[in-house]
Design a protein around this ligand. Structure first.
Ligand code: FRU
Length: 490
């Protein structure tokens, strides 16, 4: 693949060439290497002809493209989304001589139906052998897909959650061997339904400030997201090995913009630890027509995210999601000011080879609600054309916004160009916006990940200068800003 193009992200994964959608089969192997598989059409820059592409990484930013891991068996087959696990105890019987056998569980799509198939790997997930007696689950329907499997130690069984998309149902199955599956329960008709449910995840994660863990059910909906097309919603709750129960009737979107879909959590990370996820940074409404095909690829993944749950004042249990270990890819500091006040910094970053930056603006010392005033805001622009991407946060209302309207490289009626959401001040005296910008994608975060917005954008000329600053801040509060260049991963 040629990763040099002006729209090619440098700290985000994108396929060597061709079309990519959902992340699949993500797991951390027995040696600590991360594996990312993905829905992949290697033969065209539009969706179709689905294979499982494959890449590996030690740090989740620097990826090595690997050979395609799973191929369709013929022209009418698609290897659709799914997951992968390490069968340490050889429950499947595929691995008599090893403790690091990998089993992939995915949907086989054919014109007749969608069924759940498995394939096994002796070599840490680089090559797979399809199971001789597939499918392992056949519900005789064309709408049954995206199995996500994990080991549940409470019952010592494998659990699969899988979507019946047009029934708005998430099926929970269990198995002792990854081959024979028992239907346990259905979680149905919760939250925003969209027109279909896709790519469910169920994952245990810590609750910040407690010794407890809780479960998160994560459902992608498409089409029919509130802003159009594709988006993901989540429900915190409990899981007992057969049933998931949401703690309340709230529905929360995982992202306030339009390019964060089909996210998946890595397998083999203990539930007591923060979980790691990656999402597809696109939207089915326009993914097949975005202009990156002139660089011979379409679609990128989000940055890896660290995730945990926390109790937010007045909201309740919420997911916090922010860039995973971003400090590991920081190359150099471009600017840092610990007492900016009501000012703005300007940076020309045309000499930063990656064009990828991490930035933060923090306000501290907010004494009481009367000091909640002002804005933190940023603009990234092209010195050649004046095109820009901008955003910020109003501290008094808690609003965060993102605006990609002033980039001119893509016209499409569904390419909504302004996004906003509202965060709630929790009285801790601080407010913060941060983000990663990378050639044709920006991800912004409020208060370390209480809200996040993922947005692709397509300027006709590279963005190469920026401003970051504060306005209208109360005199007792203090503003710090920083901007760092990120190391190109390719
Ligand atoms: C979600 C999805 C999945 C399906 C895959 C096919 O984006 O529609 O439901 O398995 O893409 O590529």
């Amino acid at each position: 693949g040629n990763y040099a193009g002006p729209l090619r992200p440098q700290v985000h994964f994108s396929p060597p060439q061709g079309f990519m959608n959902d992340p699949n089969g993500m797991f951390r192997d027995s040696e600590g290497t991360y594996h990312l598989y993905y829905q992949y059409n290697p033969t065209a820059n539009v969706a179709g002809n689905q294979h499982w592409g494959h890449a590996t990484s030690e740090d989740l930013y620097t990826w090595t493209n690997q050979e395609i891991a799973i191929f369709p068996g013929g022209p009418t087959e698609g290897i659709f989304s799914g997951s992968a696990v390490i069968d340490v105890n050889n429950t499947s019987g595929f691995f008599p001589n090893q403790t690091n056998g990998v089993v992939a569980i995915y949907t086989l799509n054919t014109p007749q139906k969608q069924v759940q198939d498995i394939a096994y790997s002796y070599d840490n997930g680089f090559t797979f052998i399809k199971y001789e007696n597939n499918p392992v689950i056949d519900s005789n329907t064309t709408q049954f897909r995206d199995p996500k499997v994990f080991w549940y130690s409470g019952t010592e069984r494998w659990i699969m959650i899988v979507a019946y998309p047009v029934d708005f149902e998430i099926g929970v199955f269990s198995s002792s061997n990854l081959i024979d599956w028992t239907a346990e329960s259905n979680f149905s008709h919760h939250g925003l339904l969209g027109l279909q449910y896709e790519c469910p995840n169920l994952v245990e994660m810590p609750v910040n400030g407690t010794d407890e863990t809780m479960w998160l059910l994560w459902i992608s909906i498409n089409p029919g997201a509130p802003l159009g097309g594709s988006i993901t919603e989540y429900f915190p709750g409990t899981f007992n090995g057969t049933h998931f129960v949401a703690i309340d009737s709230r529905t929360t979107l995982s992202d306030f913009a339009k390019d964060n879909y089909a996210g998946q959590f890595f397998d083999n990370i203990p539930g007591s630890q923060n979980q790691i996820s990656i999402a597809w940074a696109s939207n089915w409404q326009y993914t097949n027509v975005v202009p990156t095909d002139r660089e011979n690829f379409r679609s990128v993944m989000s940055v890896p995210r660290t995730n945990y749950l926390t109790n937010l004042d007045r909201v309740g249990l919420s997911l916090i999601s922010y860039p995973h270990n971003i400090s590991s890819i920081i190359d150099s500091e471009l600017a840092y000011n610990s007492s900016l006040g009501n000012n703005t910094i300007f940076i020309d970053y045309s000499t930063v080879e990656s064009s990828a930056l991490y930035f933060e603006a923090n306000i501290t010392g907010l004494a009481d609600s009367t000091s909640l005033t002002g804005t933190l805001n940023f603009t990234f622009s092209s010195s050649a054309t004046g095109e820009s991407v901008s955003g910020g946060t109003f501290i008094n209302t808690g609003d965060i916004w993102l605006d990609r309207s002033k980039t001119l490289g893509f016209q499409n009626p569904f390419f909504t160009d302004k996004f906003s959401a509202t965060g709630l001040y929790d009285g801790n005296g601080a407010w913060r916006i941060s983000g990663v910008i990378d050639r044709s994608i920006i991800e912004v975060f409020l208060n370390g990940g209480e809200l996040s917005g993922t947005s692709v954008f397509f300027p006709t000329q590279p963005l190469d200068q920026m401003t970051l600053g504060a306005r209208g801040i109360n005199g007792n509060a203090s503003v710090s800003v920083g901007v760092w260049a990120l190391r190109a991963a390719w």
